[in-house]
Design a protein around this ligand. Sequence first.
Ligand SMILES: Cc1cc2nc3c(=O)[nH]c(=O)nc-3n(C[C@H](O)[C@H](O)[C@H](O)COP(=O)(O)OP(=O)(O)OC[C@H]3O[C@@H](n4cnc5c(N)ncnc54)[C@H](O)[C@@H]3O)c2cc1C
Length: 460
Amino acid sequence: MSQQIADVALIEDLVQHIGEGAVSTDPTVLQSHSHDFGKIVDHQLPLAVVFAERVEDVQAALRLASAAGVKVVPRGAGTGVSGGAHAVARCIVLSLERMNRILEIRAEDEVAVVQPGVINAVLNRAVAKHGLMYAPDPASYRESTIGGNVATNAGGLRCAKYGVTTDSVLGLEVVLADGTLISTGRNTFKGVAGYDLTSLLVGSEGTLAVVVSVTVRLRYLSESPCSIAAVFTDVVQAAAGVVAIARVRVQPAILELLDIGTMRVLDAAYGSDLSARGGALLLVRTDGHGAEIEAGIVRSALESLGAQVSEPDDEEAVRLIEMRRASRGDGQDDQYRVGEDIAVPRSAMVDYMGTLDRIAARNNVMVRIVAHAGDGNLHPTFWVDPDDGTEGVARLDAALDESIRAALEVGGTITGEHGVGTVKREWLAWEQSEEVLELQRKIKAVFDPQGILNPGKAIL
Ligand SMILES: Cc1cc2nc3c(=O)[nH]c(=O)nc-3n(C[C@H](O)[C@H](O)[C@H](O)COP(=O)(O)OP(=O)(O)OC[C@H]3O[C@@H](n4cnc5c(N)ncnc54)[C@H](O)[C@@H]3O)c2cc1C
């Protein structure tokens, strides 16, 4: 059978087993589901998009794809920024967006069980009624799915205090490449039975299995958090503010840093006057019963560094935090503009801020920085004028490479929370040894011997 005939037969089988309404070959749908927000190097359209509604649909799709030797790219909301959800040649995109039910909220146990397509903000709204929250809150929390958050081990603003996705995932149900359904992990906060497959699957970017249910740990929603906005002369001073907060041993729930470039972008978008106030901004939020006391300690620590500190009321604080969440902008990364995601030890952050400026100046590229500063996780966006053409692209690529090398030299990592996807694969061998890369290839082969699950992503 020719490949084309085999592909048509696969689509017919998918329709027969999963249902006509669940399988789309509409060119508009293929296009809209062919990529995420990461830079696209090799654009491919999928053969079809399968919209699973039940676990059995996922199992059927994987069984049929395995039999046909066709690749499968799992997909949540497509807000990834590393190309993890980019379609690959001759693949089906398996969308989990219709599996969007909250299956259980066990408020007494502080646990919820959700399908993978549940939007992060929807889960948070539902559990807030019980005085609880699902802590990991990527800036995309209004769009991104819990399944996508799990697959990327997403971070977020509240992760400064509450940890990243893996710290809130107790157990998973996943479908393996051959269609087998398994459960990993547990219902309890503690548990050490067997290897920790749940942690292995969290952050595996759809390369090991497809997540069909997630048991999450919930945390207490603070009733009266306190907020601080601290304006500094420049970004290096603001990074010093982050270190100062750690020195007084206060752990804010949110600790975000915005440089002047980011403040200008927000001013232009929202008509605010952030950039008129100073050269960099720290947004700090303390929570829990000691929120006010902690805010007072933070305030003194930052004032002693010369920051102009204000305490916005809750409405203004929420507005600032929401502006920060939008600060990346909605744009798709491309060859002229790339958002980075390195993380460095917090003590290295002050120097690294200066390093980024020098790298940008040396390569004649623009840079602006926003950071989950409490975690030492920086998102510098580098860009050049598209009119500079290939010469500009070369300068941009050189700056990106240098920024990654500089982060690794101070003990950092190439990706704090966005994942390797396709975009950061070229840098993975700079961070990990050949032995580790090979071990990862072997693990992948155990889960997915045919290599059909999201190939060319996450590992080398
Ligand atoms: C404006 C903006 C702000 C952002 N802010 C943050 C932030 O603060 N922190 C952060 O960590 N990220 C952030 N991101 C990146 C992105 O939102 C996260 O990576 C998010 O977790 C992706 O979720 P998604 O549902 O969109 O997944 P997708 O983009 O659809 O997929 C992401 C990866 O997960 C895999 N996948 C998806 N669902 C499943 C599943 N059910 N089973 C197996 N694999 C699956 C995909 O194959 C892909 O590799 C931001 C993105 C944008 C656009």
